[in-house]
Write a protein that binds this ligand. Structure first.
Ligand code: GTP
Ligand code: MG
Length: 197
């Protein structure tokens, strides 16, 4: 799929203030610093569309970007930010859960996983929660430029093993690098396919 245009629309904390749910929408979620905002920039080929930072906790709001004037990409704040206070974490949970549970045009959520790490409890629990709530998701292993392909295969296999303890089958799985743009075409084609259905 070709990205002809990508425009920032609105940031907010309230799902009810999101744009009218009249176009397909795809959200990016995962731990703070996993590379959600960078992936949005990589997909849209716009370096500064979503704000990124070396420090976790950069994205704090629900950010809507309109792509090709007919679908949305959504950048969300990360979870598992160690420095967040308990009340901040609770606030995060409330508004993100509300967004994921109520957003009627949300087609799929991409759960980003740091490809360098062994399976993380917080990510497994989040995906399990999506399963319980019936929120469709796909996994995206990020930052694959930072490890060898054999280490990547090993970490992906470890995730698969953990997932299959709970799930009957694996969700769609992607691997990406926002540095090299690896995985861009596959992910965009997947979205394209879903847009057509
Ligand atoms: P929060 O908004 O804080 O939740 O973080 P985020 O998930 O949006 O992460 P962000 O895109 O801001 O990236 C965090 C850091 O990781 C930045 O320093 C990025 O440059 C770096 N980064 C993101 N993706 C990649 C990647 O594919 N490869 C490499 N080498 N670095 C990456
Ligand atoms: Mg971010």
């Amino acid at each position: 799929m070709k990205i002809k245009s990508a425009k920032f629309v609105i940031s907010n904390t309230k799902p009810e203030n999101c744009p009218k749910p009249d176009m397909p929408e795809y959200a990016f979620i995962g731990r703070s610093n996993v590379g959600k905002s960078s992936l949005i920039n990589m997909l849209t080929e716009q370096n500064k569309l979503a704000k990124t930072s070396g420090r976790p906790g950069k994205t704090q709001l629900i950010n809507h970007f309109l792509i090709n004037d007919n679908w949305y990409l959504v950048d969300l704040p990360g979870y598992g930010f160690a420095k967040a206070s308990k009340s901040e974490r609770k606030k995060w949970e409330e508004f993100i859960q509300k967004y994921l549970n109520t957003r009627e045009n949300l087609i799929t959520t991409f759960v980003l996983i740091d490809s360098r790490l062994e399976p993380q409890k917080i990510d497994l629990e989040f995906m399990e929660w999506c399963g319980i709530k019936g929120i469709p998701f796909a996994m995206v292993f990020t930052k694959i430029d930072k490890l060898s392909s054999s280490a990547l295969q090993k970490n992906m296999a470890a995730y698969k093993k953990e997932m299959l303890k709970v799930w009957e089958e694996m969700p769609p799985v992607f691997s990406t690098s926002s540095e090299s743009a690896f995985g861009r075409e596959k992910l965009l084609n997947y979205i394209d396919q879903l847009n057509e259905n």
